[in-house]
Design a binder for this molecule. Structure first.
Ligand SMILES: [Zn+2]
Length: 342
């Protein structure tokens, strides 16, 4: 068994390990595809209490062995490994609120991930994949689920305008979902190539914030009213304040980003941002995961209601993970989809 392990600050090795016997309720999965995510790059960069940790937040593979106690899976099942591991013991878990689990573990963030040729994992963390969802679409399921969670907070209505800051995986999928709900996405980014991809996927308002006057474009797109909804997919003071200007009174704004930056504890939010929130009576939400929407996300992919093709920026081999992480770390491409084929 071989796994990519971060052993200290910006040091990653492909470690050879002895195969482990399965414990009760566990399934052995042979990984076929994974995705390098923001969480993996944050784990690589982290210099806070570095503990050796296998990275890899998302994985798709095939069941190769099951413990005798396992009843829901058999050898050969194609599965998604969910990034969320709940304790089943806390107050929230016992009251059917597993997404609020006080001891929630997320692969690659605070527990070992799946960038490993084989993983032993509890069957509770596996979801069977239908035939019509391909492996490389399936590694984006958490992103789709996260976008669904964002829209569950936005409560978007047909014809409404949704400003989306960031043409990364999260932002592009939110734009697809806005179209799915018959709303009008207005996607903002500085990268012309990403905006071009979004246009190919049917996003009419793809605004380049490095070149265009965003406010006047949004004013025009919304008939002078500004947007009813906004989604901010990466944290930045400038993004925050600007997006608050792009929405109308009473708007709903969601901060949605997968992968928590432990080093960002000192980020301050300028008072002027709060003034805008109060003056405009804005509702502001945070959406950190897609926990409760994984199955709906699989259905959306099965129905081809969201498009994955343009999210994939590169496909790399399992042996190239270290090089690709070092490369992505330097660029904004850390927020886009590099898929790993085993
Ligand atoms: Zn719990």
């Amino acid at each position: 068994m071989r796994a990519w392990k971060v052993i200290s600050h910006e040091e990653i090795v492909l470690e050879e390990m002895k195969p482990k016997a399965l414990s009760e309720g566990q399934v052995k999965v042979k990984l076929n595809y994974s995705l390098i995510t923001h969480s993996d790059i944050l784990a690589f960069e982290s210099n806070i209490q570095p503990e050796p940790k296998i990275i890899g937040r998302l994985g798709v593979g095939m069941v190769s062995e099951t413990h005798e106690s396992v009843t829901n899976f058999v050898r050969g099942d194609r599965v998604l490994v969910s990034p969320y591991f709940v304790c089943k013991e806390c107050f929230e878990c016992e009251n059917d609120n597993e997404h609020l689990c006080s001891n929630l573990k997320i692969l690659s963030e605070n527990t070992d991930g799946v960038l490993s040729d084989f993983v032993n994992i509890t069957e509770r963390q596996l979801i069977k994949l239908p035939e019509n969802v391909s492996d490389n679409d399936a590694v984006f399921i958490e992103y789709v689920a996260h976008a669904l969670n964002i829209f569950s907070k936005l409560k978007v209505q047909k014809g409404e305008h949704v400003v989306i800051v960031g043409a990364n995986c999260e932002g592009m999928l939110c734009a697809h979902l806005a179209l799915y709900y018959q709303a009008v996405p207005i996607l903002i980014d500085t990268r012309a190539d990403r905006l071009q991809k979004a246009s190919e996927d049917g996003v009419y308002y793809a605004i380049n914030s490095a070149e265009d006057d965003i406010s006047s474009k949004i004013l025009k797109a919304t008939g002078g009213r500004m947007a009813e909804k906004a989604i901010i997919t990466s944290y930045h003071d400038a993004h925050f304040l600007r997006v608050l200007k792009f929405v109308q009174k009473n708007a709903r704004c969601v901060f949605g980003m997968l992968g928590k930056n432990e080093a960002a504890i000192d980020v301050s939010v300028p008072l002027k941002n709060f003034n805008v929130i109060i003056e405009k009576s804005l509702s502001v939400y945070g959406v950190p995961d897609g926990f409760r929407h994984l199955v709906s996300a699989i259905n959306l992919l099965a129905n081809k209601s969201v498009k994955i093709k343009n999210l994939i920026t590169k496909e790399v081999g399992f042996s190239e993970v270290d090089k690709v992480i070092a490369e992505l770390k330097k660029t904004q491409d850390r927020f886009v989809g590099a898929i790993v084929k085993f």
